[in-house]
Ligand binder design. Structure first.
Ligand SMILES: Nc1ncnc2c1ncn2[C@@H]1O[C@H](COP(=O)(O)OP(=O)(O)OP(=O)(O)O)[C@@H](O)[C@H]1O
Length: 310
């Protein structure tokens, strides 16, 4: 669905050139839900704007939904949906009017537009809201309406830019369910996010971008396994002795922690070995690595801190 090679964008500013995206390769198969994860300023929006024809790349090429980005941008536009960070349509319009107006814009007849609007309102849990003025909808309802508008022409590939920004936790979960449903309906989804929980929950596969370059790729679980291993924390009065057995072990009073691959599977043998050398244990915990551990290992920075600072 997406095959991009060496896609790059340099901005010229009065302070000199800014290489926002430095030659990225992106492959997305039909039916995948791919998360594009990175901190603020990493180059997510710039990449997305290039993939959706809104911004001309300074180098590289791409085939999007079967069309050539450089030679057939109109063809790309016809075959994709794009939901930006601030869509909203005409905020002083009524929900139903706006959907029908946009549907007519895509060439649907009046009756087809009405049918399509009703269908999308139901699909995105907005039944009965036709007559509401858009600005009176809740944040979550407005986001769902934005996505409904992006789906008016039944694109097989949908781009979502930071879909759940500024939503409360309950609305975010609800929106995520709708995004998962799109995938279940066969739509290929490519979304940008700087939220670890969103990337983890939604993505079949993640592309991690930092400073305009892709620094990691894989399913959330693959990335977590590959980079950090599981964190094992043992409570024992002999913490210092246990620490000598593991590389990178950290002792904190009567606690010792260290990382090992597949901690849950390794643990039974490990406990037997410790017992054999007379180590007395009070508690045992295994923590699976988080995507933040992954990001920290890849870039030396915590994405959580970046996200909190945003
Ligand atoms: N029009 C522009 N002119 C100059 N620099 C730009 C322009 N647009 C983006 N940049 C710079 O390019 C880099 C990447 O920006 P981009 O908006 O793609 O990041 P992002 O990952 O989407 O961040 P955010 O999550 O904040 O939207 C940043 O350093 C940004 O300041």
């Amino acid at each position: 669905m997406i095959k991009a090679r060496g896609l790059a964008r340099r901005f010229t500013t009065k302070f000199g050139p800014v290489d926002a995206v430095r030659g990225v390769d992106i492959d997305v198969a039909e039916g995948e839900l791919v998360g594009f994860l990175g901190p603020n300023g990493a180059g997510k929006s710039t990449t997305l704007r290039m993939l959706t024809t809104l911004l001309q790349p300074t180098a590289g090429e791409a085939i999007i939904a079967g069309r050539d980005l450089l030679t057939d941008p109109a063809g790309v536009r016809k075959n994709i949906g794009y939901v930006g960070q601030k869509n909203g349509g005409g905020v002083d319009q009524r929900v139903g009017d706006e959907l029908e107006f946009q549907a007519r814009f895509y060439g649907l007849s009046r009756s087809e537009a009405r049918r399509k609007a009703a269908d999308l309102l139901e699909r995105f849990d907005l039944q009965g809201m036709e007559k509401r003025v858009i600005i009176t909808l809740s944040g979550g309802q407005q986001r769902r309406l934005d996505i409904a508008m992006g789906m008016l022409h039944d694109p097989r590939l949908l781009f979502l830019d930071e879909p759940s920004t500024a939503l409360d936790p309950q609305s975010r979960r609800n929106l995520w369910d709708h995004i998962k449903q799109l995938k279940a309906d066969g739509v290929t989804v490519f979304l940008t996010t700087h939220y670890l929980d969103e990337a983890d929950f939604l993505s079949d596969r993640l592309l991690v971008i930092d400073h305009g370059a892709i620094v990691g790729e894989g399913s959330p679980d693959e990335l977590k396994h590959r980079v950090s291993g599981d964190l094992v924390v043992l409570g024992t009065p002999q913490a210092a002795i246990v620490a000598t057995k593991f590389e990178n072990a950290v002792v904190d009073g009567e606690k010792v922690s260290f990382r090992i691959p597949n901690g849950d599977r390794a643990l039974p043998q490990l406990l037997k070995d410790l017992d054999a050398i007379g180590v007395e244990l009070h508690s045992v915990q295994v923590h699976r690595p988080t995507l933040d551990d992954v990001f920290l290992t890849m870039t030396g920075r915590s994405l959580r801190e970046d996200a909190n600072a945003a």
